[in-house]
Design a protein. Structure first.
Ligand code: COA
Ligand code: ZN
Length: 312
């Protein structure tokens, strides 16, 4: 374990994808674009801006083309698209996505529920995507959903996770994401798996994706950071969840994560004031309250007026 907090923590904002995919209310394309354009000004180097999946599976994100071609791209920001297969990859490339995030679950059952395929079929599809990307500047990231546990199968073997990492690397993927789809990870497990996977990929290529389903999201971030991980997915307001995983709930909340880092002196390069202002616009956009806590409590330094009887 290290206690050196001088190394930057990179946050990839995923609210436009993981956040909006589970929302029951239709969010207008223009509102999605406006959200992404604001996020682009907050200092993120990576934003997952949507997905190119079956519109029957995820109707909320069926306007991926319009969103990707409508946003104002900021230099230095990588705009990522989640895709499940070659058709999704072709759509994403036509919409000028910079990076494709290919997702498969470690668990066969969750992969079948989510992607309607066996893991072997997903890997074959990723082979087609890798062949398409070869010789181009397109980046490929491979996500392993249910890395830390599956809501259908329970425990997932760590060897299996490492084998999938190996398979992804052989396909030429330059980034790997370990995803805790339904918040089953705990900090000791996270340290162990991160240490193991960091023998396969450098920290600059590894992302951790936590959901706060059981309240352990930020504990898991710290455990992963202390084990050497540097990149984390998070979602504005704590939105998010997989519609094909029972009990799924929001990602770790971006502004709560950035606040944690600010308080601990871990640099993120992200403007917390801008995030909090943006987070305050979400309840009216989505029609419900969100789980984020700092937006409700305020920052430590947002002091309150001293009670009048004390002043007298
Ligand atoms: N984008 C748009 N349409 C797609 C598509 C894609 N990436 N992939 C397949 N389709 C279409 C097919 O063209 C076909 O259309 P048709 O009915 O008009 O002929 C239809 O979807 C069914 O195709 P098929 O290959 O049989 O897909 P499926 O029904 O077995 O579903 C997936 C497989 C992967 C496409 C679907 O399960 C999916 O999109 N899952 C993603 C779920 C998700 O995003 N989860 C959250 C993120 S982890
Ligand atoms: Zn997720």
């Amino acid at each position: 374990m290290i206690s050196d907090y001088s190394q930057r923590l990179i946050v990839q904002e995923v609210s436009p994808r993981d956040g909006l995919q589970i929302e029951p209310r239709w969010i207008e394309t223009a509102d999605k674009i406006a959200l992404i354009d604001q996020l682009s000004l907050a200092g993120f180097s990576r934003i997952e801006a949507g997905s190119f999946v079956s519109p029957k599976a995820i109707p909320a994100l069926r306007d991926g083309e319009e969103v990707f071609t409508g946003i104002k791209r900021q230099p230095g920001v990588i705009y990522v698209a989640l895709v499940p297969n070659l058709k999704g990859a072709q759509r994403a490339v036509q919409a000028f996505a910079d990076e494709l995030n290919l997702v498969m679950s470690a668990s066969q059952t969750h992969n079948r529920a989510n992607m309607r395929m066996s893991c072997e079929q997903s890997l074959l599809a990723f082979g087609d995507v890798a062949a398409m990307a070869r010789g181009t500047s397109l980046r490929l990231n491979g996500s392993i959903a249910t890395t830390f546990g599956c809501p259908f199968e329970g425990s997932i073997s760590e060897d299996r996770v490492c084998e999938i990492v190996e398979a992804y690397l052989e396909l030429g993927m330059t980034g790997i994401t370990l995803a805790d789809t339904t918040g089953m990870a705990n900090p000791r497990q996270v340290s162990r798996i991160v240490e193991r996977v960091l023998t396969q990929v450098p920290a600059s290529a590894l992302t951790l994706h936590f959901h706060n389903t059981r309240g352990l999201g930020l504990c898991n971030v710290l455990a992963a950071y202390e084990a050497g991980a540097r990149r984390f997915d998070a979602s504005l307001g704590g939105l998010g969840g997989c519609p094909f995983a029972p009990g799924a709930s929001g990602n770790i909340c971006t502004e709560d994560l950035v606040n944690l880092c600010d308080e601990m002196g871990i640099e993120t390069g992200i403007d917390l004031s801008l995030l909090l202002a943006l987070s305050r616009t979400l309840p009216s956009l989505l029609g419900h309250e969100l789980p984020g806590q700092v937006v409700k409590a305020g920052r430590n330094r947002d002091l309150h007026a001293v009670p009048a009887d004390l002043i007298a």
